[in-house]
Write a new protein. Sequence first.
Length: 442
Amino acid sequence: MPNLKERLFTKIKEWRPRTTKLLKEFGHVKLDEVTIEQCIGGMRDIKSLVTDISYLDPQEGIRFRGFLIPELLQKLPKVPGGEMPYVEGLFYLLLTGDVPTQAEVAEIHEEFRKRAAVPTYIWDILAAMPKDSHPMTMFSTAVLALQKESLFAKAYEGGLHKNDYWDPTYEDALNCVAKLPAIAAHIYRLKYHGGKFITSDPKLDFGGDFAHMMGVGKPYDDVSRLYFILHSDHESGNVSAHTGHLVASALSDMYYALSACLNGLAGPLHGLANQEVLRWIQGVMDKMGGKIPTEDEMKKFVNETLDGGQVVPGFGHAVLRKTDPRYSAQREFCEKHLPNDPIFKYVDVLFKVVPPILLARGKAKNPWPNVDAQSGVIQWHYGVREYDFYTVLFGVGRALGVSANLVWDRALGYALERPKSMTTEMLEAVAAKAQTPAGAKA
């Protein structure tokens, strides 16, 4: 049976001719006519990135290598004694497109185990940082500091054929990802538990060992597995994935790219939104004295919030036009494991009343809840109540998809990303020309 690396190389050799043909024979074909609105508005919806690892359909939601989330959770091998699949199995799927067997999952687990040791200098760097450093700053710094370990950087400096760029990039991906649970848990214990660290248990899987090092009991191991899987990838156009792709397109190694990816994820319009949602919900609870509101009471509060020029965080999505399936997967977990949690009860009422209100007001193309509307509730319930740490959890998951994408970027020789800018004056000239009747002088 071929191992993961051999299987991946076979896939790469099969895929390269497809990309080459598209560029040589069909590079002139237009995907879209770019508008001034798209130019100014963050390049929204311009089809100019390629990834085969995940696709976000407005109606279906995210597909990981063609599988919807319910299919993914059903098909991937599950951890014995747990409800959720191995994170290792997801990583195999993201890289190859194949659902792994139990034996192949065991292979990835062993690969991660061999690569999981974190150099002592990383712990020294984290200990030396100011005590009030944000956990995401610490996480990004730790990943960046690992750059001296990059096998790609060493191989490139020694002379490396471009067709072989993927190989040391793959090694960097596994070396880095394998260390992320320990780094994230170390940051948590350092900041919030007085530096009382818990040693890794190599017998445990990726998600289980993370929960162990965090010091949180069952079923938090399943929470971690679910969280990392749901947040692993989201096409290439979101800020974190796009930033990783952009930086790596300069042939910066995996550590530079993943650190940059994490920096993008730390923004309040991206990964940081999960803590914003929980803070808002708890503010509502305070105003209502902790009482579980009726739907009519919540409608009144939501309308007053919107009338005051504020938003209801956790609702709406840039692409989706339905309830985020990642939200639904976490909601199902809550309904099974914490149906009486007071914060979940608030989330449940909001789920019922907010979308109709937003639709009636025309406030959102998608008034349905996104993944952030649910994720903080579960963390809080199981005792992880430090808001600032939530995005670190997001970052561990997102690194899985971004690193898999970067391996394929190198394998297919994707070019340096370099869009062309225009000045405002140029845009105004184009707009003026469009306003001039045909045949008339401007």
